[in-house]
Design a protein around this ligand. Structure first.
Ligand code: SF4
Length: 102
């Protein structure tokens, strides 16, 4: 969830294996994974803060913090299905290579 909206839905294993929404990916990059964390390096973080959502706000609430934001992100955002039980809310096309079964 981001700013009160479900931005990605998937079964747990699928979400961890192939997250599609930039916010989901950002959150997962903040998780300290044993063997991948270096003691002298900071953990990942998502720059910025959650914006105040005023009445009449349009587009993606994550756009002020997203490295992929474009003009299209100020308009209505499509919910993209990428499987029977996986979808996400974003202008970006799915990364089909990542979504292939392991
Ligand atoms: S809709 Fe745009 S701003 Fe929002 S997550 Fe997708 S690319 Fe980023």
């Amino acid at each position: 969830m981001y700013a009160g909206e479900v931005v990605e839905r998937a079964m747990t294993a699928e979400l961890f294996r192939a997250p599609q929404h930039p916010y989901t990916r950002g959150l997962l990059s903040c998780v300290p994974v044993p063997g991948r964390v270096q003691r002298d390096k900071p953990l990942g973080s998502i720059p910025g803060v959650v914006p105040a959502i005023e009445p009449g706000f349009a587009g993606c609430a994550f756009r002020s913090r997203c490295g992929h934001a474009t003009e299209a992100c100020t308009r209505e955002i499509p919910r993209r299905p990428v499987g029977e039980a996986h979808d996400y809310l974003c202008q970006l096309e799915p990364d089909w290579a990542e979504l292939q079964p392991a």
